[in-house]
Design a protein around this ligand. Structure first.
Ligand code: ZN
Ligand code: ZN
Length: 266
């Protein structure tokens, strides 16, 4: 029987890409890894990079786009992103421009039995998006690279069975860490990245709205650890009486941290 499956292939400040599949339909969200590693990981999941229906690009930053040039050149896969993002992407990935499917916030894209709705996000890029993916059997909210939980981000992710959400940094680690001041300010800003604490605050709302799987993603390798991200969200969920699923999966919510370089099921 078909079911909505989603996996991160990479997830960190260095590179982000996820593989979504339902029946014979599959697509990527972001392509921040080499074509070789993306292809190998899709194959390990029983898929085929050549059969992708498209790749949704959340925004133009390199950690989301660096595989695009070769993905376009070799396989000619449609790229769903904003034309202003493509203007920037095209400077380093000229082959990608020919495969642009211009995409705006508010658009809905149908692929097989999947419906993907595009929402705007608060981030310091030319345009940036998050996604709500709906199938006949389950839904996925997908959001990274956000300075705060805006109304449109809530619209995208609330009520989804599975949610992937950024948990980028521990504020104390960032403030006392090696980054220059301007970069710290950028990350902490309303259009920067989501902290563990801010992610933790929305997690109980996700659980209350019906999410049964929460995957923490896009962790900074300098300003965060999986233990800190997981711990912050776990503590908040438990404070609100949400039970985490252990090995036996008896509980309310499965909480995971996406691996930077290994496949993680969302
Ligand atoms: Zn970004
Ligand atoms: Zn990013």
């Amino acid at each position: 029987m078909n079911s909505l499956k989603a996996y991160t292939l990479f997830s960190s400040s260095k590179g982000n890409s996820s593989y979504i599949t339902y029946g014979s339909t599959s697509f990527l969200i972001d392509a921040g890894g080499s074509l070789k590693s993306i292809s190998e990981k899709i194959a390990a999941l029983g898929g085929d990079v050549k059969k992708l229906s498209g790749v949704f690009i959340s925004h133009e930053h390199a950690d989301h786009t660096k595989g695009l040039e070769f993905l376009s050149k070799k396989h000619g896969i449609p790229i769903y992103t904003h034309p202003k993002c493509m203007d920037v992407i095209g400077m380093t990935a000229p082959s990608a421009e020919g495969f642009l499917v211009p995409t705006e916030a508010g658009d809905t894209v149908y692929m097989g039995d999947l419906k993907v709705t595009v929402y705007p996000t608060p981030h310091d890029s030319v345009r940036s998006f998050c996604y709500r993916v709906e199938s006949p059997k389950g839904s996925l909210g997908y959001v990274t690279d956000i300075g705060h939980i805006s109304d449109s981000v809530q619209d995208a992710i609330f009520g989804c069975d599975k949610v992937l959400i950024e948990s980028n940094h521990d504020i104390d680690m960032l403030k006392s860490g090696p980054y220059p001041e301007f970069l710290k300010e950028r990350i902490l800003g309303r259009r920067g990245h989501l902290s563990n604490g801010a992610c933790a605050c929305v997690a109980p709302v996700l659980a209350r709205c019906g999410s049964r799987s929460i995957t923490l993603a896009h962790l900074s390798e300098t300003n965060n650890t999986p233990r800190l991200a997981y711990g912050a969200v776990k503590e908040k969920l438990e404070e609100y009486g949400v039970k985490l699923c252990g090995e036996c999966f008896a509980g309310d919510v499965v909480l995971k941290v996406a691996s930077p370089a290994e496949i993680t099921e969302i």
